[in-house]
Design a protein around this ligand. Structure first.
Ligand SMILES: Nc1ncnc2c1ncn2[C@@H]1O[C@H](COP(=O)(O)OP(=O)(O)OP(=O)(O)O)[C@@H](O)[C@H]1O
Length: 338
């Protein structure tokens, strides 16, 4: 496996800067997830590494070597796309074996067989090896597409929302499997998603993209607990972080320059007390099974927090709201350390 290094990389399409001055190192064996909304530049970043696009400025290095002179095939990367791209006329076995049969690889039939069986077992498609690729469910096809990347041992794996076309149950199963596989193989993985659960659960580090810029990179915990600005803060957390004007908590201690308070569930304490804090009314309780989303109206503001499934609160109840170590942001959206 190899390290990926983006050195001041910019990619422009006409007037659009899809990627802007990105510096990023994905270390050997690391699982980095790029998180960002549609149009943030995630796919373009992967395509630049794969050699499917050329940087307008900057350099891509793979394994310490400038990748520019190398064609996509020579870069030795495995790319899994959002939509499975299988050979429909081939069996699952042949689809999986395909990347190993390139003449340059000179692999024996026996080695190919072993590798295909191993990956098929890993992805639990070993009972479908003789099926035509078209005779599979969407989830099985995507497993084959992932298997085709895993069957060989490239320098790096690039995955572009590989689970987004799957249903929730399969997505959570494959999320776990991909994590185990990545660890077992010691693979260098750059994985793109806009799904915060995938990012939180799988990443060694998360890179947050906004309009082509890498706004922050850090462990899931760093990104969640110490977001650099409100944009990063709103990427992670369910329910989403509440951003309230500082005035809503007049009298509470906050650092100078605070304009917005960021309150996640764990920062919010609600009770039926009659203390001096701001009061809120329960507007709506959203039942999610094991817990409830509590929607509150506090003066002109709304906030959402979590309460247990066994809550005895009802719509219309009046509560006192207080904060416990929330996040603070300045007028430009940057976080201010408490
Ligand atoms: N070949 C292209 N020609 C022109 N503009 C492009 C091209 N490829 C991407 N873009 C633009 O670059 C920006 C980033 O696109 P990119 O596909 O990298 O975003 P993304 O974060 O992967 O989005 P999504 O989550 O929707 O896949 C967008 O504004 C997009 O329209």
């Amino acid at each position: 496996m190899a390290e990926i290094h983006l050195e001041s990389v910019t990619k422009r399409f006409g007037d659009v800067a899809a990627v802007q001055d990105i510096d990023l190192v994905v270390q050997d064996g690391e699982f980095v997830v790029l998180l960002g909304p549609t149009g943030a530049g995630k796919t373009t970043t992967l395509r630049l590494i794969a050699g499917l696009e050329k940087p307008t400025e900057g350099r891509v290095l793979i394994g310490g070597h400038d990748a520019a002179p190398r064609s996509p095939a020579e870069r030795d990367v495995a790319f899994v796309f959002q939509q499975y791209s299988l050979y429909p006329h081939l069996s699952v076995y042949d689809n999986l074996a395909f990347p190993l049969r390139a003449p340059v690889r000179r692999q024996s039939r026996e080695d190919i067989h072993k590798a295909v069986e191993r990956v098929a077992r890993m992805l639990r498609i070993d009972h479908k090896l003789e099926n035509r690729a078209t005779r599979l469910s969407g989830g099985e096809m995507q497993r084959v597409a992932i298997g085709r990347a895993l069957v060989r041992q490239p320098s790096v794996y690039l995955m572009d929302e590989p689970l987004s076309s799957l249903d929730a149950k399969l997505r959570s199963e494959l999320r776990l499997e991909l994590q185990h596989i990545q660890r077992d193989l010691g693979a260098t993985m750059l994985y793109v998603t806009h799904d915060q659960i995938e990012a939180m659960t799988m990443a060694t580090r998360i890179g947050v993209l906004d309009h082509g810029r890498l706004v922050q990179i850090g462990t899931p915990r760093e990104i969640y607990e110490s977001p650099r600005n409100t944009y990063v803060a709103t990427r992670l957390g369910m329910p989403a972080i509440n951003l309230l004007p500082a005035g809503a908590f007049a009298g509470a201690a906050m650092p100078p320059g605070t304009t917005l308070i960021g309150a996640r569930t764990e920062h919010i304490v609600v009770d039926r007390g009659q203390g001096g804090g701001p009061r809120a009314r329960v507007e709506w309780i959203e039942h999610l099974g094991d817990q409830n989303h509590l929607h509150l109206v506090m003066g002109d503001h709304r906030l959402v927090t979590l309460v247990g499934a066994d809550t005895n609160l009802s719509v219309g109840d009046e509560l006192q709201v207080s904060l416990r170590r929330p996040l603070f942001f300045a007028a430009d959206g940057e976080r201010i350390a408490a």
